[in-house]
Design a binder for this molecule. Structure first.
Ligand code: ADP
Length: 500
């Protein structure tokens, strides 16, 4: 057993704060690292100690593994939490951390290495009878051969980068004529993003859902699963809204997928927190996609429904403690939804909208959790992922968790930049989402930017009109604001009627 007394969080923003909060509850000292762009960030102020790593670009700051390790030695740190992104899935870094006599809060370098490569991962789990999407087992080297395989599988197929992540290096091929061109594109994307051009073929599942299972394993061979997260609402293969549990998974299916996830984890002697991703077709048949060997962005929804603190579990596991609960001790309590709030303009093709947060007021109240790293008057730096916050709700039923989320979005006050909040609200209020009847094509199928303008009901229009008249008669300065809302609502309403 290695008691951890001081943790360095090799990350920034919301996840750095998230980890530090738990560390503090456990009586563990915290060290933040930051780049020059993050000098005034909340994670820097919250930590017991903080060190500047260098200039803003990640390669000159958050990715400086060796510098981070030597800082740990100087500062008496005994463990590193990598968060997600940056160094979190870098097997070489994890290896160096342990060679330096420090604890890496995560799985073994070997597990990271195997699961970081989609082909190696498929190979590792192949003896465990885990369902997999039909495709090639090795990287494409011979185009003629690959075309034959694609024809046998049947178009459309997907060309994927073995080293892929974040939806990069992935190309849909509709027919044989497009094959070579799309393959070259996938390869060049993979080389520039991951420095590894190995690509392979998978059958393209036309309307899948993305459902993943959270696992936790200790260093003594115990592994449990903490149920599923539904992450099907995506843009460009990137998750935007997540929830737990999934509205389509039955108890029996949950069990089956949970056991499959545990088998995947066993295939690489996994310990720590990890996520096994599956795609699920319309018959609820599921196929292994990949395993993420770190804490996921969307981990809070699992925490909300299980009552477990995943970061605390990660730390206890890293200390060498056995899991304090068994599978049968875990239960689902209620329902949780998370939306990712990005500094992007949903009316303008989701272009990043970087700037100053002139107003920034979080929603509050029962069952609401905001994981963020910003406050009013802070700038959103252009150097990193434009996620501002994760807004999470928890309630007894799915519908009440959705209603609570809509209320929380309405209460969230952000000015100075555009955010994806109106887009998230659009999804949450959409009939298909409410019914749970959706797949990864949701956004493509249903979303156009003009839908973001509030759809007021006829009753609401009458109320607005009456309020406008009342306020202007009493010379209330708010009358202008109401008038403009009414004008906007009426024009949109008319446009909608005209469009049938
Ligand atoms: P990455 O590591 O880049 O995130 P994944 O393999 O996890 O790549 O896939 C990301 C997303 O791409 C999935 O959630 C799903 O929406 C889509 N996807 C992946 N594989 C397939 C497939 N075979 N058929 C259809 N969609 C897929």
């Amino acid at each position: 057993m290695n008691k951890i007394n001081k943790i360095l969080i090799a990350n920034r923003g919301e996840i750095s704060l998230r980890v530090m909060r738990t560390a503090r509850e456990m009586g563990i000292q915290t060290v933040a690292v930051y780049s020059e762009a993050d000098r005034n960030s909340l994670h820097v102020r919250y930590a017991d100690e903080a060190v500047c790593l260098g200039p803003p670009p990640s390669a000159q700051s958050y990715l400086l593994g060796d510098k981070i390790i030597s800082l740990c030695k100087e500062m008496g740190v005994d463990a590193i939490h990598p968060g997600y992104g940056f160094l979190s899935e870098n097997a070489g870094f994890a290896q160096k951390v342990s060679e330096a006599g420090l604890i890496f809060i995560g799985p073994s370098p070997q597990a990271i290495e195997i699961m970081g490569n989609k082909l190696a991962a498929k190979q590792a789990v192949s003896k465990y009878n885990i369902p997999m999407v039909p495709g090639t087992e090795e990287a494409i080297t011979d185009i003629a051969e690959a075309k034959k395989t694609a024809a046998a599988i049947g178009y459309p197929i997907l060309i994927k980068a073995s080293a892929g992540g974040g939806g990069k290096g992935m190309r849909i091929v509709e027919n044989e004529e497009e094959f070579e061109e799309q393959m070259q594109r996938a390869i060049s994307e993979a080389v520039s993003a991951f420095g590894d051009g190995a690509v392979f073929i998978e059958k393209y599942i036309t309307s899948p859902r993305h459902i993943e299972i959270q696992v936790l394993g200790d260093q003594h061979g115990n592994i449990v699963h903490l149920f599923e997260r539904e992450c099907s609402v995506q843009r460009r293969h990137q998750k935007v809204i997540e929830e737990a549990p999934s509205s389509v998974i039955t108890e029996e299916k949950r069990n089956e997928m949970g056991q499959a996830a545990i088998a995947v984890a066993k295939a690489c002697n996994y310990y720590g927190a990890g996520t096994v991703e599956f795609i699920v077709d319309e018959n609820l048949d599921f196929y292994f996609l990949e395993m993420n060997t770190r804490l996921q962005v969307e981990h809070p929804v699992t925490e909300m429904i299980t009552g477990k603190d995943l970061v605390m579990e990660q730390i206890l596991i890293a200390e060498g403690k056995p899991l304090s609960f068994r599978q049968e001790d875990l239960h689902i309590h209620g329902h949780s939804v998370e939306v990712r709030v990005y500094a992007e303009d949903p009316r303008n093709n989701f272009l990043p909208d970087i700037g100053k947060l002139i107003t920034y007021q979080r929603p509050q109240g029962p069952g609401i959790r905001v994981d963020d790293g910003f406050e009013e008057n802070m700038d959103i730096p252009i150097y990193y992922d434009p996620m501002i916050a994760k807004l999470v709700t928890h309630a007894e039923t799915r519908q009440s968790a959705i209603d609570r989320m809509v209320r929380a979005i309405n209460d969230y006050r952000i000015t100075g930049i555009e955010t994806t909040l109106p887009f998230c609200k659009f999804v949450l209020k959409h009939d298909a989402f409410v019914k749970g009847d959706f797949d990864t094509k949701f956004v493509e199928k249903y979303f156009t930017p003009d839908m973001l303008d509030e759809a007021f009901s006829a009753d609401e229009l009458h109320i607005l009109a009456a309020a406008g008249v009342f306020l202007s008669e009493t010379n209330n300065p708010k009358s202008k604001q109401v008038e403009s809302m009414e004008y906007k609502a009426t024009t949109n309403w008319t446009k909608r009627l005209n469009n049938g």
